[in-house]
Each structure stands twice: as structure tokens, then as C-alpha cells.
Write a protein that binds this ligand. Structure first.
Ligand code: BGC
Length: 426
């Protein structure tokens, strides 16, 4: 029997990327040329993003925290509506701004993962029907080309589209995000157009960087859930789980030809979903776990670290490098965040030992920020932001993360944090 002594440090592979992630609209502030801003102004969205974290002006201060946390990577997005506020009008001033931002990260020896589409669209593009129309994909591709030409030299990893499945679900299935539509037909159409957009963007990025003798690794950020059923003996329940995993976790990869248009897998893992069904009906629902008195985040997501292991072992078969491009928790209880981080990283560690090729972890998020239609209440940051004064402060969880990154692993003392309300050093 393999009798591993578990008191040793759980080291991660050499060169592992330790990072955090943000997106433009959630942190920059004043993105008034996109569809989200418009919806916020029209009160279709309850909370306004306003200045958000004013990261646009404070990026240097924010990047200092990245250094303080001994991180060697960062994921961020560029805002299309800043770069192309009106159709065909390229704002060189904003491109220059992003050049400064990326240069600053490079100066600090931080590897850059750049997202091109993170839920927001320029107003002019949304007006034309956004990704609902196949013909509109070319507008996105023009923007991709311009960004690659102007900023390509700084980027190590490209994310063409963030969470295509979440985007269509929120915007076209349940209709709580712009353009607030509820149509399975449109959802499917947009999804297929995003498939085309990714496939072509993949080619464009590779083509552009090759022309400059540079190098690019391109992928997406895919939201992955750990699906489960209570009724393991029931065939139909197992079919429902299989279907959900296949469509929701793997669907976009299957449609985009897997390795053909993905140089790596960018996975965002947050929680588990348990499917349940009233016997005698065919309709499956997500089980409401609120009565079970389980530990959840402030927005009700079940904390289930083992799900991280499950999805990583599932995605092993792609034989591609894997990055956790998002993982985090909305909580005002920072002890909970510490536990969350240690527990999830430990599952990643075991998945790596089990043969999953994980090469980096990006915690969501660097900063407390604008959590879309939920506003500023959910606190996802390792750095606390005061939204009145815009002052920042590293949280205890940020300090823990910095120790982990420095060690390139989990020292045994970290596991003490898994006990309730435990603080390191106590
Ligand atoms: C998104 C982020 C979001 C986070 C937490 C992900 O679905 O990419 O923009 O803030 O989850 O909800």
C-alpha cells in the first residue's frame, strides 16, 4: 500500500503560474460605451458599475499587490468598447493605455493572460444584433486583429472568449444580462456564432504573432461545474448528469474541435450542482441546498473543493496543459476565503499527482469588484477595495496566497486553516 506521509509540503510543478484574474468592466470604471453601461443607465440592471474600482487609473497600485503576493502571472481583459467605441473607429489613446498596463506587468516579470471578450459588447455592436448574427462575427475578428497587432508582443496566453456558456445562459436563456432575451433559439444561435468566432480568432492570433516572429498560446475560459445526482442507482438520473457534463462542460470544446483550436484548457471552477427530479416527471432541477445547512458563499454557491479534483481528472483526456483561469468565493468572512483557497489548491495538487497537467492557477479575484447584476456586495477580492475612497488593503487571504506562491506549494501548517475560524500563527 502506498503509505504517503502527508506532513510534507505539497509542492506544485516547477514554473507553476500563480495569479489572479479580473475583467475590464468589473474593475476599470467608466466603460460607458458598452451594452452593460447602457443597461445600467436604463435601470435594466439594478446596480451601476460607475467607477468600479477605478482600476483604469489605479492599475499600478493594484499591480503592486500582485508583486506583494509573489505572483508570477495575471489574467485581465481589454474592453472592446474602449478600443472601438464606434464601428471602425479605433481609439489609439486607449490602445496606448493598454500598452502601458501590459508593459507595467512585464516590467514586474508577470506573465500575461489576456481576455478579448468578457461578457460586454460595444453599444454599436449590440445594436447590430451582437453575436446573434453570423455576419457580425467579422466585427469581433477585426477587433481581435487590431489588439493582436498592437498588444501581441506582451501577451503570453490569449483567452478569446470568457465562459461562452454562462454568457448565453445569462443573456439569452434566463435573460438577466443584456440584451435580456429569453429564447433557446437565440441562445443556440449565439453559441454557434461564438464557436465560429473562437475558431477564427484562434487562427488570426496565430497568424498575426507568427508574422512578427512571436509566439502565442490561445484558448478560452470555460466554466466547469461538478455535476452530481443523489440517485446513483437511477439510469435516467445518470443520463441527466452525463448530458449536463457533456453539454455544459465539454460542449464548446467539442464544437471547436478540441486540440485543433485550443493550445490549452482554461477552466473556471466555482461549485457543484446536484440534479434532482420529482419521480414520475422528466424535468430535472438544480437541488436547493439551502435547508442542508452546508457552508456556502454569500451568494449561495456550495463550497465543494473535491469538485475541482473531479473536473480536472475529467479533462485529463484532452492531453492539453490546463490552467485554472478562475476560482474564488464571494464572502465577507476572510477566514472562509483562506479555507477555500487551501482546500481547492489541495485538490489541484492531488489532481496533478493523478496525472492532470495543471500549469497555473488564477484566483478570482485580485480586487473586490463589480459582480455584474449583483453589484458590489459580493466580495471576491484578495484585496479589499473601499468603493468610496478607492483605497485598497491586502486581506489575510491575500497574505496566505502570497505565502503559497512563495513556497510554490502548500506547507503542512496551511492545513490548519481548514479548521473553522483558524488563523495562521495562532
Ligand atoms: C465570471 C466573472 C465573475 C465570476 C464570479 C465568472 O463566471 O467570469 O466575471 O465575476 O464568475 O461570479
Amino acid at each position: 500500500m502506498n503509505n504517503v506521509h502527508h506532513h510534507h509540503t505539497h509542492y506544485f510543478p516547477k514554473g507553476f503560474l500563480w495569479g489572479t484574474a479580473t475583467s475590464a468592466h468589473q474593475v476599470e470604471g467608466s466603460n460607458y460605451n458598452n451594452d452593460w453601461w447602457q443597461a445600467e443607465e436604463q435601470s435594466k440592471i439594478k446596480f451601476k458599475s460607475g467607477k468600479a474600482c477605478d482600476h483604469y487609473h489605479n492599475f499600478k497600485e493594484d499591480f503592486e499587490f500582485i508583486e506583494k503576493m509573489n505572483n508570477n502571472a495575471h489574467r485581465l481583459s481589454v474592453e472592446w468598447s474602449r478600443i472601438e467605441p464606434r464601428e471602425g473607429e479605433w481609439n489609439l489613446h486607449e490602445l496606448e493605455h493598454y500598452r502601458k498596463v501590459l508593459k507595467d506587468l512585464k516590467k514586474r516579470k508577470i506573465k500575461i493572460m489576456l481576455t478579448l471578450h468578457h461578457f460586454t459588447n460595444p453599444i454599436w455592436f449590440a445594436k447590430k444584433g451582437g453575436f446573434e448574427k453570423f455576419g457580425n462575427v467579422r466585427y469581433f475578428l477585426k477587433y481581435v486583429r487590431i489588439v493582436t497587432q498592437h498588444l501581441g508582443e506582451y501577451v503570453d496566453y490569449w483567452i478569446t472568449i470568457n465562459e461562452p456558456g454562462v454568457y448565453i445562459y445569462q443573456s439569452y436563456e434566463i435573460g438577466v444580462w443584456p440584451p435580456f432575451k429569453k429564447s433557446m433559439y437565440l441562445a443556440l444561435k449565439v453559441y454557434l456564432n461564438l464557436v465560429k468566432a473562437h475558431k477564427r480568432a484562434y487562427k488570426i492570433i496565430h497568424h498575426e504573432v507568427k508574422a512578427k516572429n512571436e509566439f502565442a498560446l490561445v484558448g478560452i475560459s470555460q466554466n466547469v461545474l461538478s455535476f452530481a445526482t443523489y440517485r446513483k442507482h437511477s439510469l435516467i438520473n445518470n443520463i441527466a448528469v452525463w448530458l449536463s457534463v457533456t453539454v455544459s462542460n465539454h460542449g464548446f470544446y467539442i464544437l471547436t474541435g478540441k486540440q485543433k483550436t485550443h493550445d490549452f484548457l482554461g477552466l473556471n471552477y466555482y461549485f457543484r450542482i446536484r440534479l434532482t427530479r420529482t419521480i414520475g416527471t422528466a424535468k430535472f432541477e438544480i437541488d436547493d441546498i439551502s435547508t442542508q445547512e452546508r457552508e456556502t458563499s454569500d451568494i449561495g454557491w456550495e463550497i465543494y473543493p473535491h469538485g475541482m479534483f473531479d473536473v480536472l481528472m475529467d479533462f485529463r483526456d484532452y492531453k492539453l496543459p490546463i490552467f485554472i483561469t478562475e476560482n474564488g468565493i464571494a464572502t465577507t468572512n476572510d477566514d472562509k476565503r483562506m479555507r477555500f483557497i487551501v482546500a481547492h489548491l489541495n485538490e489541484i495538487y492531488h489532481a496533478i499527482k493523478g496525472g492532470s497537467n495543471v500549469m497555473g492557477y488564477f484566483h478570482w479575484s485580485l480586487l473586490d469588484n463589480y459582480e455584474w447584476h449583483l453589484g458590489f456586495a459580493p466580495r471576491f477580492g484578495l484585496v479589499e477595495v473601499n468603493f468610496k475612497t478607492f483605497t485598497r488593503k491586502l486581506k489575510g487571504s491575500g497574505k496566505i496566497y502570497s505565502e503559497i506562491a512563495k513556497t510554490n506549494g502548500l506547507e503542512h501548517k496551511m492545513f490548519r486553516l481548514l479548521g473553522h475560524e483558524a488563523k495562521i500563527g495562532k
